[in-house]
Design a binder for this molecule. Sequence first.
Ligand code: GAL
Length: 455
Amino acid sequence: MVMCHSPHDHLHNPKGREAMFTTKWLKLFGVFSILALVLAACGGAPATTQPTAAPAQPTTAPAPTGGGKLEIFSWWTNGGEADGLNAMFDIYKQQNPGIEIVNATVAGGAGTNAKTVLKTRLQGGQPPDSWQVHAGKELTAYVDAGQMEPLTQFFKEQGFDKVMPPKLLEQITYNGEIWSVPVNIHRSNVLWYNIKIFQENGLTPPKTIDDFFTVAEALQAKGIIPLAVGGKDKFETPHLFESVLLAVFGPDDYAKLFQPGADWSDPRVRQAAEIAKRMLEYSNSDRSSLGWADAAQLVLDGKAAMTIMGDWAHGYFISKGAKVGVDYGYAAAPGNDGVFMWLSDSFGLAKGAPNPEQAKAWLALCGSREGQDAFNPKKGSIPARTDANVSLYDEYLQYSIKAFGSEKLAPSVVHGAAAPEAYMTEYGNALNVFASDLDVDAVVEALQDAAKDLK
Ligand code: GAL
């Protein structure tokens, strides 16, 4: 299926489109520096309180009374993601008056910094009440370390098991228990592009890797940066590379790459590294000093034509007042057409949480329809629940809801779905060295080494 859209092609049949989305969705699946960071995280500014509309569908969790605190730990500091989080905090405050929310954030895309701070806190016996964790293999490390409480019973009491796709439930189940409450589903393999640049230059967003290089060459000849890439948060090149691996291997063989015993001596690994090298050669030279949102901003400002990023970039664009289909367009990353690379943000309950009742009220909100419908339209993600009010979601998100139900799925490695944290770190390190030296031999060797640790 083609995921590439002109600014207007959804506007012709809005009614049919809505009905189609709704039906499809309903059918779905039956030490000092660290200390400084820790202090920064603990001292994060509390969320702003703004009155919100009366809850459409109140959660059933008991509202804690008598004041108290709730500390929520995440890396959502950029436009879009911070707005989504604040929207949920607003509802929480309304439902739980008198509870002070400590918004403990550590900036840095994909949680590269936040996870380090969190680790230190958990090892030091100072957990936040609840923290952001990707559904999938990423959460297994916290479970193995005995740092999370099982949530199986809570999940069932809340009825969440009835309204989330089985595929997602699998991702949060480990050793026979459910461990976290998913709040969304993100797509990681999206090409975002500046519509005006493409129109003015008579170009079409690239569907294949070959198309990408043709378009990139044409843009470069016009003095336009073809591809905006960040690097500051050490996940951006690893992120780009997972979409290239998917393009080269296809979804079935891509998924096998992260299974124990995976064969990284396959010549397609080198082919992917060569493609990624060429892509980076068409990108901005100041990659290492830009975050993912800075790269997205280059596209919005018309300084670069494209960026390959998860759909939190959509949340970022919305937060800047930009309009999808007017200021920016979207397509599957080159060679990724018809495959939805997915991940899910979720929240768990800390073992030894200082405020377990407040935390449970938070988790109830995270899994509720009301919470998800407030959070996701701002975050740029689709709801983890299958019964969301689709009319609250914009053109891109309605498209994404449909795509999640109809396209092939592939798990993101960089965002915790495909492989455990220890492997992700090694994969990330290999690609961050590559981001600066572009040494294909070295990265292939490093990736082969990393694969020995797939568990
Ligand atoms: C991902 C996370 C998203 C978004 C992104 C950029 O790992 O799942 O919600 O925060 O990082 O930071």
